[in-house]
Design a protein around this ligand. Structure first.
Ligand SMILES: [Zn+2]
Length: 324
């Protein structure tokens, strides 16, 4: 009996390392989760390699044959597999991650940005299955994204495409975490919801949100807005109305350029639930060019949840192991 093929997927973030053996159906067969020893690239690669060695033994015992490993990292990744820029993982600045993982594991290796990798996962085994053109937008502390064009995740000329959080939304206001004013992320991310809510709270226009924050306007966060909104508080719902319009305007800008079949959303803000997502859905078409003459572009939830990283990385690995 010949062994069935599987690949290894790695999700390498600022705080965690997840490594999994994933079969051709996108099912996680063996998995390791641990904290990220993010001080040096050697420690990072060492923890990936140790976990991989254990998982490969388990996979072999399970009759699985593994030849390739893929990794998604919170970094800009160039076409030579070098992590060039990683705002939250200092060890991954100009780090030759692909070659180091290949040397440490002996497997054929491919790496990409974590949002691109999540898009590969959703495309193969999640909400974008069967689509040729689609957008994955991750709304969390920041905004990440993956652009699917013609059935593939688009990397641009240098591998740095789809930094969707960093297009200029309003160059005159709000500093983005990257140091440039007015990027969409400074208006439409979870962090931005907190900034907006504090502005409204300090003006005295958000009494129930301030109450949820224990009475201190400066302590208001996005969570307090969601909590008060779920209780039906009008001041919190008004903040979500404004915020949803910032998010929806960004969606429409991208949709006007890319004409996707669907926009798939993931990330912490999606957990706020229908009270926010329904507002984004309502406002999104209002900002589309020629909206009366276009088919509907559905906004749907991602399906792989926090497994998108490892599953997507394992899907990416199939590119260097076409037998998988
Ligand atoms: Zn930015």
């Amino acid at each position: 009996m010949s062994a069935s093929r599987a690949t290894v997927g790695v999700d390498l973030g600022g705080t965690h390392v997840r490594v999994a053996v994933v079969d051709g159906d996108g099912t996680i067969r063996h998995e390791h989760r641990g904290p990220s020893p993010s001080h040096t690239i050697d420690e990072l690669v060492g923890s990936v390699s140790a976990a991989t060695t254990e998982l490969l033994a388990a996979a072999r015992a399970d009759g699985l044959e593994v030849r390739a490993i893929g990794a998604g990292v919170a970094a800009l990744v160039d076409d030579d597999g070098v992590a060039r820029y990683a705002p939250n993982v200092p060890a991954l600045v100009n780090a030759p991650l692909r070659d180091d993982i290949a040397a440490a594991t002996g497997l054929d290796t491919i790496i990409d940005n974590d949002a691109n990798v999540a898009a590969w996962g959703e495309l193969a085994h999640g909400a974008m299955r069967g689509m040729r053109h689609a957008l994955l937008l991750t709304l969390g502390t920041g905004i990440g994204g993956g652009i699917v064009l013609d059935g593939r995740v688009y990397r641009g000329a240098h591998g740095f495409a789809a930094e969707v959080g960093h297009w200029q939304f309003d160059p005159h206001e709000r500093m983005c975490a990257c140091g440039e004013p007015g990027h969409w992320e400074a208006w439409g991310s979870g962090t931005a919801l907190g900034v907006l809510a504090r502005e409204v709270a300090v003006r005295g226009d958000a009494p129930s949100v301030v109450a949820a924050a224990g009475g201190d306007p400066a302590a208001v966060t996005g969570e307090h807005v969601s909590a008060a909104a779920l209780d039906g508080a009008a001041d919190a719902l008004a903040i979500l109305d404004t915020f949803a319009d910032f998010v929806a305007t960004g969606f429409a800008g991208l949709a006007n350029i890319l004409d996707p079949e669907a926009i798939v959303i993931s990330g912490g803000l999606v957990n706020v639930g229908d009270v926010l997502v329904s507002r984004i859905r309502e406002r999104f078409p209002l900002h589309l060019e020629g909206r009366a003459f276009r088919p509907e572009i559905p906004i749907v939830a991602a399906q792989l949840g926090d497994q998108a990283g490892v599953i997507g990385a394992a899907v990416l690995a199939r590119q260097v192991d076409p037998g998988a």
